[in-house]
Write a protein that binds this ligand. Structure first.
Ligand code: CTP
Length: 419
């Protein structure tokens, strides 16, 4: 889920660091929007490090991405924690004088607030009226609890524990999302699907490897979307964090197999692909591996002063091999993140790859075009076996995953019509 955590200026902001961690651990894509005041309690680098996403405070940052509304538009859920009396008042009045305010006005997603303030402020008629307005508008209010407050006071006003906020928020958002998942019904029911994700690593010595920055999120979203649409899914994951796989690991129709190197990935894919109806290679597979793996750690002494030259050899092309052994009726989908040279056409380059790989569908990842590797938005362009562009989808990794399955469904329909 794409979750925005808005942090406003209260001492309880430090507890929201744990809240963000819990949501990440649960496999969500978390975007933190602190107010200027919140940054007095917990600094921007902490939010970026903990959420693994860029964090901005001002509506004037990142204007090209229309960030003041895009976060709210894309969110599946917004959690305001801690929510100060001031922010609750602004929310009730619809004031949008900071990024938290614009994000909240731009959203149609469920909003959860976790108030934190002194008892007098919580019980003030103004706050009581504001909270009543927000509740009437469908905002979910979690807490506050009674207990110790800052300055030695105690009473109602303490922010709920991060565990309680995280659990309640996810349940609220899942319930709100129910009708959306019905949209695609069960159009993949009865199909066996194999998805690879993550990035392979090739060892240099017992402690070092050659790897890449793939997080595995897009592949996990592809697997989840397929399973929700009725498919039986095998997800072959190369070096993917537990948090990224958390949702998939709880899904009854998804079996996860973990692999490390390209050859391990090849073995796992060969084993599952023969029985599959659809194979989707999202994984970033190493094209080269060291010709020899050193048995012991490479040291400066053993290398000498003239620098270290690595001798690399090509790895197997897993997708091309699977395609070469295909059964009739199977559908193969490849992924490509292209960074075309100046003057070179991306589409032509992708079309060459689609034909070379022999795939039925090539999903070209626009992230690579702008080198914005960890960008929030993803755009996939689809090319068919002949290299013709058949469609494009933008949005969250889940949205693009749904677009991919729509493209697969269209490919299957076209094939049936040709028969
Ligand atoms: N792939 C694979 N085995 C490899 C390399 C890539 O199965 N050794 C798969 C990827 O999972 C992806 C597709 O092939 O689905 C395209 O990957 P990409 O790296 O773009 O293709 P390459 O053939 O390596 O081409 P390039 O030289 O442009 O990197």
């Amino acid at each position: 889920m794409f979750i925005v955590v808005a942090v406003t200026g209260g001492i309880a902001a430090y507890k929201s660091v744990h809240l963000v961690r819990l949501l990440i651990k649960d496999g969500h894509d978390v975007h933190v929007v602190p107010t200027e005041d919140a940054l007095r309690f917990v600094g921007l680098p902490t939010w970026e490090a903990i959420s693994r996403n860029p964090v901005t405070v001002s509506v004037h940052d990142d204007v090209a991405q229309v960030r003041h509304v895009s976060l709210g538009q894309r969110a599946d859920l917004i959690v305001v924690a801690p929510a100060t009396a001031n922010t609750l008042a602004k929310m009730a009045a619809g004031i949008a004088d900071n990024l938290v305010g614009t994000t909240l006005l731009a959203t149609r997603a469920p909003v959860v607030v976790a108030p934190a303030m002194h008892t007098e402020m919580w019980q003030h008629p103004a706050t009581v009226a504001n909270v009543a307005t927000l509740r009437a508008r469908g905002v979910h209010v979690i807490g506050p609890e009674s207990g110790e407050l800052t300055g030695g006071d105690s009473g109602a006003g303490r922010m709920s524990e991060p565990e309680a906020i995280a659990a309640a928020a996810v349940v609220i958002a899942s319930a709100a999302a129910m009708p959306v998942s019905d949209e695609h019904a069960q159009d993949l029911a009865g199909l066996r699907v194999v998805v690879s994700t993550g990035g392979t690593r090739e060892p240099l010595d017992p402690v070092r490897y050659l790897g890449n920055r793939s997080s595995g999120r897009q592949g996990a979203a592809v697997a989840l979307a397929a399973a929700d649409r009725g498919a039986e899914v095998t997800l072959v994951a190369a070096h993917v964090d537990d948090g990224v796989l958390a949702e998939a690991s709880r899904h009854p129709a998804i079996e996860i197999q973990r692999v490390g190197t390209t050859s391990e990935l090849a073995v796992a894919m060969r084993r599952s692909a023969s029985a599959a109806d659809v194979v989707v290679m999202v994984a970033a597979v190493a094209d080269y591996r060291p010709a020899d793996m050193a048995d012991r750690k490479i040291t400066k002494d053993s290398v000498g002063g003239s620098g270290l030259t690595l001798h690399l050899v090509e790895t197997e092309d897993v997708l091309a091999e699977l395609v070469a052994e295909r059964r009739s009726g199977q559908i193969f989908v490849g992924f490509a993140a292209e960074t075309p040279a100046e003057g070179e056409s991306l589409v032509e380059r992708a079309a060459r790859k689609a034909r070379r790989k022999g795939v039925d569908l090539l999903a070209v990842n626009e992230v690579g075009w702008h080198q914005a590797f960890e960008a929030e938005d993803n755009t996939l362009m689809f090319l068919d076996a002949a290299g013709e562009v058949t469609g494009q989808v933008s949005g969250t990794k889940r949205t693009t995953a749904e677009g991919l399955w729509d493209a697969v469904a269209a490919t299957r329909r076209n094939r049936d019509e040709e028969k």
